[in-house]
Ligand binder design. Structure first.
Ligand code: CAA
Length: 257
């Protein structure tokens, strides 16, 4: 498929999606959502892909939902059309996704980064939820995922004032896992994605599922869930291979079986 708003590449076992609406700082419109869902579904079904990196441009990861498209919508349009509802599918992607963020990650852009499994930021990254300055609130998970990531005080500060935080503040707050110089951003993200893609696929998917479960259930239920997944991995050949390789002092050759 030809994409109008994305550049899609495969590098070994890593799928790379570059948001590509430079004229609008990668503002997220319905075409971009449709195309992103399409490529993530296709990466999910592609056994040769073990991890995905989503990135933008040096100036903007994404500056939010497309305000020019939204300005004339009314309640009935957005309610009956389930406006923004389709983003849940992006968040539900089973394979690991790393957000490589440079420049602005605002509104829906920050929310898209938070739908990914972790965020590697360049030192130029700026995060924020400025929806309040437009007379609305975050609509793609900002009030929920940001609060879980950085806690109530900072989430309230950011969502109620609409201010931006720089990469250093975002890392201190726990939103970002690593900060790297701008020129190292893609190398760092691709190295992390490639490391993940070489591991046993079942253990990677279960690790992601288990961490995400912790946001939904009590500690005792989460621990039970984790233990069952942990035990189930002993049914895989990759568990034998991983442990035998350790004992034999060699690198494991995982077969995804
Ligand atoms: N939607 C549509 N177009 C956008 C956009 C957006 N979110 N953000 C930037 N653009 C466009 C600008 O309109 C401009 O286009 P023109 O050249 O045609 O005028 C172009 O991108 C470049 O932007 P600026 O000239 O504004 O660039 P700047 O460097 O001066 O400022 C910025 C950068 C601070 C990010 C500023 O563009 C900005 O504040 N953008 C909007 C950020 C925002 O409010 N995001 C939240 C959107 S609502 C949302 O996301 C809801 C949700 O929860 C899903």
């Amino acid at each position: 498929m030809d994409y109008e708003t994305l550049i899609v590449e495969k590098r070994e076992a890593v799928g790379i999606v570059t948001l590509n609406r430079p004229q609008a700082l990668n503002a997220l419109n319905s075409t971009l959502l449709k195309e992103l869902r399409h490529i993530l579904t296709s990466f999910s079904a592609d056994d040769s892909i073990g991890a995905v990196v989503i990135t933008g441009s040096p100036k903007a990861f994404a500056a939010g939902a497309d305000i020019k498209d939204m300005q004339s919508l009314d309640f009935v349009d957005v309610y009956l059309g389930d406006f923004l509802g389709g983003w849940d599918e992006v968040a539900a992607s089973r394979k690991p996704i790393i957000a490589a963020v440079s420049g602005f990650a605002l509104g829906g852009g920050c929310e898209l980064a938070m739908m990914c499994d972790f965020i590697i930021a360049s030192d130029s990254a700026k995060f924020g939820q400025p929806e309040i300055t437009l007379g609305i609130i975050p609509g793609m998970g900002g009030s929920q995922r940001l609060t879980r990531a950085v806690g109530k005080a900072k989430a309230m500060d950011l969502v109620l004032t609409g201010r931006m935080m720089d990469a250093a503040e975002a890392e201190r707050a726990g939103l970002v896992s690593r900060i790297v110089p701008q020129e190292r951003l893609m190398d760092e993200a691709l190295e992390a994605a490639s490391t993940i893609a070489k591991l046993s696929r079942a253990s990677v998917l279960m690790a992601k599922e288990s961490i995400n479960r912790s946001f939904e259930v009590s500690l005792s239920e989460g621990l039970r869930f984790e233990r069952r997944l942990f035990q189930s991995l002993f049914a895989t050949q990759d568990q034998k291979e991983g442990m035998v390789a350790f004992v034999e002092k060699r690198k494991p050759a995982f077969q995804n079986r």
